[in-house]
Write a protein that binds this ligand. Structure first.
Ligand code: 4AD
Ligand code: MG
Length: 464
């Protein structure tokens, strides 16, 4: 007999027909005569109710069917007389695949804190909350590929092992096969010519530089892959391993780039509202009853576009009028998350795209403005999250880019291949990077980034 997924069975109208279901027991309750098993197989937030005639199966047989056990059930689908479900299965046959000793199985019926569940990340996908989050995570990945595919962009695979530090922030995890207990040195420095790649390499912090190579041939590309940053920031918004989506587009300038970013996020949020309704409603009800309104709001309103300098002015005015920030607001320094959130949540009450940042705080590849002070950067700032996207128009002028790389101590010998795009057939182009987990924070309403990726990597933590 073919197995039916719970999600299909609970929607089925085939009353009186036989079904085979397989899943994990969420709860078993009942009385002397009947047992009710709530069975979940991960296909939906909802369980299916299995009605069991105790006499038919016997107490000894039913005893090991406790929370967490894996079972197969054959039975007839009927309309449910009870509250809370429309259909149920009247069990004819039950097979027990694996039991879960109630004395040691950590996921019992009572609600567990998110902190506790992080410590058992190997089991937490079996909870309602994480089932919902990971189904939404999957749906967002599909939304992203759909969006770009429909727009004629190509999914371009950039390397994970690289020798270039795209963002220049020096936060790279080294990759080596050298024996760390026995390093050969030449005049005090390590000789990488004997290393696997014959050079010092690391895990990528961004696929952008290689993405630009793709865009300058295919027109529009996007990357979607893991990204690694050894920044020691133990915050609810940073991971050492996160996923990033980086579109890169030839022949567009900063304004079109901003429009693309807005359309992209709105498409993904609409997708979630349409395709993840039950999971979103569950999360809204459990954690955040404003979630759905916040999602709808973002799909219905344009993002505010504002220069960094104007943003700083607004923040300075706020400080003059008594607003207290932990960090000072100074033109020329990076905005803190509290500043970004003030602009978004209190001042504009809308997502904001800040542009034209001081060149000192941005990467070497950004297009320089004529004022000599700012670059055509754009950060998209979101309620509760702060920065969700970072991007820019790229400097397409060979000489200007070369000078800026030199000023920032990036040797030409490391980026000659990147410089070649400006040497041969250069053109205006732009792109950005969306942090996948930051998007998921927004869509799920979760407040800690460790709760939207199955197995988070953070400082001092790489278990599972
Ligand atoms: O602003 P970032 O550093 O930009 C880049 O890497 C560019 N190369 C992107 C581009 O133009 N193609 O990072 C982009 C986004 C951030 O806005 C944030 O959403 C996310 O990546 N991000 C992180 N997410 C989780 N944990 C971290 N440690 C993150 N660092 C950045
Ligand atoms: Mg950034």
């Amino acid at each position: 007999m073919q197995r039916t997924r719970v999600n299909d069975a609970i929607k089925s109208q085939s009353f009186g027909e036989k079904f085979l279901l397989k899943g994990w027991v969420r709860t078993r309750r009942g009385n002397k005569n009947v047992s009710f098993i709530a069975l979940n197989d991960g296909s939906a937030i909802d369980n299916i109710q299995i009605v069991v005639d105790n006499e038919k199966f016997g107490e000894d047989f039913l005893k090991p069917i406790t929370t967490g056990a894996a079972i197969a059930v054959e039975g007839i689908l009927v309309k449910s007389q009870g509250k809370g479900q429309t259909v149920e299965i009247q069990a004819d046959k039950i097979d027990i695949y694996g039991t879960a000793d109630p004395d040691t199985y950590p996921l019992q019926k009572k609600g567990h804190t998110l902190e506790f569940l992080r410590e058992i990340a190997h089991l937490r996908p079996r909870t309602n909350t994480f089932g919902a989050i990971f189904r939404i995570r999957h749906n967002m990945a599909i939304a992203i590929h759909t969006f770009f595919h429909q727009k004629g962009f190509y999914y371009f695979h950039t390397p994970i092992i690289t020798s270039s530090d795209c963002e220049g922030a020096g936060q790279m995890f080294q990759v080596t096969t050298l024996d760390l207990n026995n390093l050969e040195k030449n005049n005090g420095t390590i000789d990488y010519s004997n290393d696997f790649f014959g050079a010092s390499t690391a895990l990528t912090v961004s696929g952008q530089l290689e993405g630009e190579l793709g865009a300058m041939a295919l027109g529009g590309i996007y990357t979607f892959g893991p990204t690694f940053r050894a920044e020691n920031s133990n915050t609810p918004r940073h991971l050492a391993e996160f996923w990033m989506i980086e579109p890169e587009v030839a022949f567009i300038e900063i304004d079109e780039n901003m429009t693309l970013a807005q359309e992209f996020i709105q498409f993904c949020v609409c997708w979630a509202l349409e395709n993840c309704t039950a999971d979103l409603n569950f999360l809204a009800q459990m954690y955040d009853n404003e979630l759905i309104d916040r999602l709808k709001f973002v799909t219905e309103n344009d993002f505010v576009r504002l220069s960094y300098s104007k943003g700083v002015e607004i923040l300075e005015n706020a400080v003059e009028n008594g607003k207290k920030f932990e960090y000072p607001v100074v033109w020329g320094t990076d905005l803190q998350s509290e500043h970004e959130r003030y602009l978004v949540e209190e001042h504009f009450k809308k997502p904001v795209i800040l542009t034209d940042y001081p060149k000192e705080i941005k990467s070497f590849y950004m297009k320089q403005n004529d004022d000599g002070k700012t670059v055509r950067a754009m950060d998209v700032l979101f309620p509760k999250i702060g920065e969700i996207i970072g991007g820019s128009q790229r400097e397409e002028d060979f000489e200007k880019l070369k000078l800026r790389a030199e000023e920032m101590h990036i040797p030409q010998k490391d980026i000659w291949w990147y410089m070649d795009t400006r040497r041969f057939g250069t053109a205006p182009h732009s792109g950005f990077g969306l942090g996948f987990e930051r998007l998921l924070l927004f869509v799920t309403g979760m407040t800690n980034i460790r709760d939207v990726i199955p197995f988070p990597r953070t400082p001092k933590n790489a278990i599972f």
